[in-house]
Design a protein around this ligand. Sequence first.
Ligand SMILES: Cc1cc2nc3c(=O)[nH]c(=O)nc-3n(C[C@H](O)[C@H](O)[C@H](O)COP(=O)(O)OP(=O)(O)OC[C@H]3O[C@@H](n4cnc5c(N)ncnc54)[C@H](O)[C@@H]3O)c2cc1C
Length: 406
Amino acid sequence: MRMNTALMDEALIIVGAGHAGGRAALTLREEGYSGRLILVGDEPHLPYERPPLSKGLLQGAMDLAGCSLCDRARLTELRIEHIAGNPVSRLEPQHHRLQLADGQWLSYARLLLATGGRARRLPQEQTNLLYLRTHDDALALRNVLRPGVRLVIVGGGFIGLEVAATARGLGCQVTLLEAGSRLAGRVLPPVISEALLDLHRLHGVDVRLNVALESIDAEAVQLVNGQRLPCDLVVVGIGMQPNIELAVAAGLDVGQGIRVDAYLRTSAPAIYAAGDVCEFRLGGLYQRQETWRNAEAQGRHAALNLLGRELPFETTPGFWSDQYDWGLQTVGVMTPLIVSRVLPDGGLLLFYLTTDGHLQGACGWAPGQRVAKDIKLCERLIAARIPLAAASLADPDLSLKQLLRG
Ligand SMILES: Cc1cc2nc3c(=O)[nH]c(=O)nc-3n(C[C@H](O)[C@H](O)[C@H](O)COP(=O)(O)OP(=O)(O)OC[C@H]3O[C@@H](n4cnc5c(N)ncnc54)[C@H](O)[C@@H]3O)c2cc1C
């Protein structure tokens, strides 16, 4: 570790005890950092992963301990000071210090901002209107998803779709409203949007595309087209807003998220950012990634650079979603040049090629977990940069392993 001893006398502080923040704290210790390490969170819980919130935890098949990155004993053993339920309310980069909501000031040698995001909300507040971002949100929702409950979901993105699948499994009557012309249209190709639509309709979800909300009251959702949908409960899944306010108030460079350079360093000295809140350059463009994979990779990477390693962050993006008994997974960059392979089980693999025939992205959709294996092989094909013939990629009899062997 190349961190100088003067810096080691002061604390490393991580703001945001979610996935990226928690992973960074654990990595710092794994990498041998032995100085003071403080992890500050506004939630009352140990750092946890969010994907189960719309899946296993919402079904009741998992609990918070199953989603946590580590248990309390491990934090204690690693001497990670976890301050819970006490958000950072002020940051003073020029003085290397920050203030907590309870008034306490803390000084840092280096700081990581991993403040994630919150659910984007509709302007009105109502008791039958729920959102899903935190464990407590998931628990509140789980308590009301009973057989026969009439649920309207606003938003046909991943959160909305996963909640729809889980709610159907729990016996709810589900209507899903999407303003666009297809499901998850911002991130998925049309053929997968179609497959999602078919699957949800097959499972009895009343999916309505191209619809706009007029209003929501205690008994129904009113659409602009005049339709009224009586319901007991509305779940809104219309995206998330990055928690950038602390950084903005402290004068850090911010776009759609907290801007960082290739080393995940923000515009302020000794402050780094990671996870959903971090806006970094990928393929020449500033962007944020709202994925498990990114939180994991950037949390780890930021920890290394907090220790002075100065490694540029390089990534192959990717995400997954589970709905009913089907799995979706992507890796790399999804460009327009597509070759598709229909799988014997009805699944689909899409390959995205550069003009010179190299794989740079892939998307898989298939029953069960089989797609995970295929996407791992695609990731290796991307890294190997082997020129690939479209006909071979489309052929379900040619295994991806064979292609990898050249
Ligand atoms: C319901 C759900 C399902 C998902 N499913 C998938 C999936 O299937 N696949 C996938 O790839 N990704 C999925 N994701 C996305 C993935 O979970 C996120 O990308 C990941 O959690 C981001 O981690 P993070 O640490 O950046 O942010 P978070 O996990 O949100 O952690 C940030 C933490 O910082 C806290 N914080 C904010 N401001 C302050 C402050 N001022 N002081 C102290 N603490 C603060 C926040 O409250 C939060 O606890 C899902 C997300 C959700 C919500």
